[in-house]
Design a protein around this ligand. Structure first.
Ligand code: ADP
Ligand code: MG
Length: 324
């Protein structure tokens, strides 16, 4: 794959609030049509970064380039190519969906037929055409999120900044939002997707930028992250709940530490009668592990494998869970 032209390029962004450094030298890029996940726990600096890109916050240092051009002022025309779906909903409950969109359109100086057309298209994309005349106060949390997405699309931006767009959303609406984002991806939009849900990032993103304490700690494809930071596969081996429990397994000197020494084993974790074992090569390593257990008189009752998740990657990188 060739290097895509940059839609977004940020370098050396810094922002402090009094003594607190919220964003501490953040640099990354997003190619045209690429979906980049900005992933990090609460307080990592995601919203501050996104707000700087959107021009809502002035950084202490650093530069934001959109389609190759540095953004120089609040009125820079390049800002027209950015759509922001903020973390906090910005909707008027007493107004209808359409009336809300009209207000957003006015922010982009849109009116008349072009605005009507844009509103129809955005409502259609997020699946709210039927509810356009209903007041927002009658909407579910998920519908409000979808309307907020529609609002960010009115001026047909090339770059969409999405700041935790699924927080507080029911599973059905979450799926709808994902479908919407996937169709925007297909239309060639560049997406910067901020989240602390790993499974979302795994589903949607081409590349992941992991941020913690205001610093980028990883920037890679999903595959690249797996390759670099953790075992490819997680085996769950359930041992027979019989005479030999795992505790006895340990007493017998067949310790977890010994299992860790088996070639191919990256990690071992015990959960009741199950062992969760990280391995790199599923076929080769599981055979060796099963044999190792059999040689020690262990009967395997159940055996399953799954790909390790980004959660594991994140734990490896930061020593803490994304959901903390
Ligand atoms: N307006 C503000 N004043 C003071 N501190 C702030 C402000 N906005 C954010 N912070 C702090 O900056 C850090 C990063 O916040 P934020 O960018 O919102 O993180 P995230 O979106 O990843 O949860 C946090 O410690 C937060 O408390
Ligand atoms: Mg945030």
């Amino acid at each position: 794959m060739g290097v895509m032209a940059s839609m977004l390029e940020i370098s050396g962004l810094r922002k402090s609030y009094h003594n607190l450094v919220a964003v501490d030298g953040v640099s990354f890029r997003a190619g045209q049509g690429e979906t980049v996940g900005l992933l990090g726990p609460n307080g990592a600096g995601k919203t501050t970064t996104v707000s700087i890109i959107a021009g809502l916050i002035r950084p202490d240092a650093g530069e934001v380039r959109i389609a190759g051009r540095a953004i120089s002022s609040d009125t820079d025309p390049a800002k027209q190519s950015i759509g922001l779906v903020p973390q906090d909903l910005g909707l008027y409950d007493q107004l209808s969906a359409r009336e809300n969109l009209r207000l957003f359109g006015a922010l982009y100086k849109m009116s008349g037929a072009p605005l009507r057309h844009a509103m129809d298209e955005a409502l259609d994309l997020v699946g709210l055409s039927e509810r356009a005349k209903d007041r927002v106060k009658e909407f579910s949390g998920g519908m409000k999120r979808r309307l907020n997405l529609a609002a960010a699309l009115l001026h047909d931006p090339q770059l969409l900044l999405l700041d935790e767009p699924t927080v507080g959303v029911d599973p059905q609406s979450r799926n709808a939002i994902f479908d919407n984002l996937e169709s925007l991806k297909k239309r060639g939009k560049t997406l910067l997707y901020t989240t602390h849900y790993m499974e979302e990032a795994e589903r949607l993103c081409d590349r992941l930028v992991i941020i913690d304490h205001g610093k980028i700690i990883a920037d890679d494809t999903l595959q690249g992250l797996h390759r670099r930071f953790c075992a490819q596969n997680l085996l769950t081996v359930e041992l027979e709940d019989g005479e030999l429990s795992i505790d006895e397994l340990l007493i017998d000197g067949l310790s977890i530490d010994a299992l860790r020494q088996v070639p191919g084993v990256e990690s071992v974790e015990r959960r009741g009668h199950s062992l969760r074992i990280g391995v790199r090569d599923l076929a080769r390593d599981s055979a060796a592990i099963l044999q190792w257990l059999a040689e020690r008189g262990q009967h395997v009752q159940h055996f399953a494998s799954e790909r390790t998740s980004l959660e594991t990657v994140f734990l490896t990188l930061t020593g803490r869970s994304l959901r903390d």
